[in-house]
Write a protein that binds this ligand. Structure first.
Ligand code: NAD
Length: 481
């Protein structure tokens, strides 16, 4: 089979680069495609194209922008099978999880199509001689840098809000999984978005990503990825005073009280760490359990982990591979370190079995009685690795839950409504779920973190607000002469 070459997409046209890189199928290790490795020249051209498209797009009537966003959602659903196949091959995620991502992606555009019609400014009361009002205006050219774990969803949530509010976009997909974002940029043109509204520049992070983050023609940056790179992007943005949304990592806990319904909770707790092989920023990677039920819950999770079907993503197992050999080696190193500090209950190895050769697999791994200060309880592993810790009372649970540098999401499992609300109030996170686990939630829930998990919100109305800047207009009015 010949390997396709995918160029950058700038002003509605293909633009190649001198260098190229390959994206692999993590389930097999085979090359899926080679892509243009964009450098500063292609990034500059894309920013120029977005700048050129801006006046026309910003002034396109809201109803027309809304209609195009709806058409995009419809087209994504029409292409659902193809997109889910592509996503499953490029990321290794189970096919049914990729299908959910396609639907979520469509819903982001659908949500933005409706939301933009009701996003408006205010009239500020002053006196009879002044009319003061605010306008929500687009920032201008939006730079969007995304990771490899949810390419469809993260493209959907960023681009939908950016273009709905009248911005034009230059998106830099991750080198490990760029195929669906590149495909969506083309689809946007096909459904009628003007050339230059949605440009996409594949490339290496330190080159294309860094060029985009530092480009003086960018008016707003949205970065989703690691803390380390978030810091670099934030530093670049500070030089040009570019407003920035940072969606970074997490160490999110499921907090289980003694009165919780474990039959209900266990499948969700297990799903929250095994979904996408634990490579989810909001993965439920910590399990904090009332001491009297710690051992029982550990046993139930161990049983569930043991029955996990592991296999190539397109075969739709419970658990697919990690994104790359590097990521698998990183997980292996962190697990080996953790096994010296904490009790390994199950997993901790590369799984063996039919169909796994060549892929980057890791077995579901459970550590119990983990000290809250241990590295595996504080640092993001980004693999199917769960650390359980016992707590004594609600205040202890809050202290442990808040005891990492992260603050993305948390879930509370209890039948006690007072306790649930009390704890929800104590937690330093951006989202709290009670007796469920949202993994970022639906398209309407504002999503984002505190502390090292970042700042700003994607999803929901807040996302659209974030892609605008407020202008106040005050008009002195005089009675007729
Ligand atoms: P990463 O930070 O390595 O890469 C993210 C993106 O940044 C990629 O497109 C990459 O090419 C680019 N990049 C790399 N170096 C760059 C540089 N110097 N300048 C500009 N861009 C650069 O992250 P990753 O490994 O792809 O993704 C995993 C991380 O992303 C995890 O920490 C995870 O928690 C986080 N994440 C967060 C969210 C969220 O919404 N909070 C969602 C998904 C992933």
């Amino acid at each position: 089979m010949s390997i396709p070459t995918i160029p950058a997409f700038v002003a509605g046209e293909s633009v190649d680069a001198d260098d190229h890189f390959e994206t692999l199928d993590p389930s097999t290790g085979e090359v899926l495609a080679r892509l243009a490795a964009c450098g500063p020249d292609q990034v500059d051209a894309a920013v120029g194209a977005a700048r050129a498209a801006l006046p026309g797009w910003r002034d396109t009537p809201v109803a027309e922008r809304s209609r195009l966003l709806s058409a995009f959602a419809t087209r994504i659903r029409t292409d659902a099978d193809e997109l889910a196949d592509l996503e499953s091959h490029d990321t290794g995620k189970p096919r049914s999880q990729a299908a959910v991502d396609v639907e979520q992606c469509a819903q982001y555009f659908e949500f933005a199509a409706g939301a933009i019609r009701v996003l408006h400014g205010d009239v500020i009361p002053t006196g009879p001689d002044t009319l003061a009002y605010t306008r929500r205006e687009p920032h201008g050219v939006a730079g969007v840098i995304i990771p490899w774990n949810y390419p469809l969803q993260i493209t959907g949530r960023t681009v939908s809000a950016a273009v709905a509010t009248g911005n034009t976009v230059v998106l830099k997909p991750a080198e490990e999984a760029p195929l669906t974002p590149m495909r969506l940029a083309r689809t946007a043109l096909e459904v009628g978005f003007p050339p230059g509204v949605f440009n996409a520049v594949p490339g290496i992070g330190e080159v294309a990503g860094a060029a985009l983050a530092a480009h003086p023609g960018i008016d707003h940056l949205s970065f989703t990825g690691s803390v380390a790179v978030g810091r670099l992007v934030g530093t670049a943005a500070a030089q040009t005073f570019t407003p920035l949304t940072l969606e970074l990592g997490g160490k999110s806990p499921n907090i289980v009280f003694a009165d919780a319904d474990l039959d209900d909770a266990v499948p969700t707790i297990v799903g929250s760490i095994l979904q996408n092989a634990g490579q989810t920023c909001s993965a439920g990677s910590r399990l904090l359990v009332a001491r009297e039920r710690h051992d029982e819950l550990v046993d139930r999770v161990r049983t569930a982990f043991a029955s996990t079907r592991i296999g190539p993503g397109p075969d739709d197992p419970d658990l697919g591979p990690l994104i790359s050999a590097d990521q698998r080696d990183r997980v292996a190193g962190m697990v080996a370190d953790a096994a010296r500090e904490s009790r390994l209950v199950t997993g901790g190895t590369v799984p063996e079995g039919d169909g796994l050769a060549g892929g980057f697999y890791w077995a579901p791994t459970l550590f119990a009685d983990v000290d809250p200060g241990a590295t595996v309880a504080r640092e993001e592993v980004f693999g199917p690795v769960l650390a359980t810790t016992a707590f004594d009372d609600p205040a202890d649970a809050a202290r442990i839950a808040n005891g990492t540098d992260y603050g993305l999401i948390a879930a509370i499992w209890t039948r006690d409504v007072d306790r649930a609300h009390w704890l929800a109030h104590q937690l330093d996170v951006g989202q709290v779920y009670v007796n469920s686990y949202g993994a970022g939630g639906g398209v309407a829930f504002p999503f984002g973190g505190v502390k090292h998990s970042g700042h700003g919100r994607e999803k929901g109305m807040e996302s659209l607000v974030g892609y605008t800047r407020t202008k106040t207009v005050a008009v002195r009015t005089r009675p007729p002469a």
